[in-house]
Write a protein of this length. Structure first.
Length: 202
């Protein structure tokens, strides 16, 4: 059995360059594994705070939270601070097609970066979002208790609105085989979104 090096409120895990990285809320602790999770080592982030999210893209791990500035790392071990603008509310980072998207729970305000998080551009989403997914050139953003979801096909510059089959406790989602799949936190069932023609099914 594998154990992570410290107990606590671990928020999210990301994978890249042969390394898994996990971040923790209420601390400056992160953990990394280079053997597919069999063993984990502890490392430190630049600030103590609520680290909500971590993502990997274009050779960088990027971590963020609602009480910290942000951080990035090429190896998941050594981290440097980066300034990710935003507001209070749990954060979600998603990477795709050379772009990092950072959203805040309970806000329409979001930011994107296409230079590995050195600079960020402010955008206003049509609706509040607290989750996001990328696949096949498409970003999708949505909120856990709403039917609305938003689609961007131009690397987060502009967004169109659509609707999920129902208002539910929509949670984490993923992309594969031409479809986005979003889990339902309230019980059995979920939602599929065909990213090619927009068809939906449960």
């Amino acid at each position: 059995m594998s154990t992570i090096p410290q107990s606590g409120a671990w928020s999210q895990v990301a994978y890249g360059n042969g390394t898994f990285v996990a971040v923790m809320a209420g601390s400056n602790i992160a953990a990394y594994s280079k053997d597919f999770g069999l063993t984990w080592n502890k490392t430190t982030l630049p600030q103590t705070g609520n680290w909500d999210t971590v993502a990997f893209g274009n050779g960088y791990f990027v971590a963020d939270g609602h009480t910290v500035n942000g951080a990035r790392s090429v190896d998941g071990i050594n981290w440097s601070e980066v300034l990710i603008p935003g507001s209070n509310g749990a954060r979600v980072l998603t990477y795709g097609n050379g772009t990092f998207l950072d959203t805040s729970n309970g806000r329409t305000m979001a930011h994107y970066s296409d230079d590995n998080c050195l600079t960020w551009n402010l955008i206003t989403l049509p609706k509040i979002a607290c989750h996001s997914i990328f696949g096949d050139g498409v970003f999708i953003a949505y909120k856990y208790n709403r039917k609305d979801y938003m689609i961007s096909t131009d690397n987060c510059r502009t967004w169109a609105e659509s609707q999920l089959p129902s208002s539910s406790t929509w949670q984490a989602g993923a992309y594969g085989s031409g479809k986005f799949v979003i889990g339902n936190g309230a019980g059995p069932g979920g939602c599929k979104i065909d990213c090619v023609n927009g068809n939906r099914g449960v």
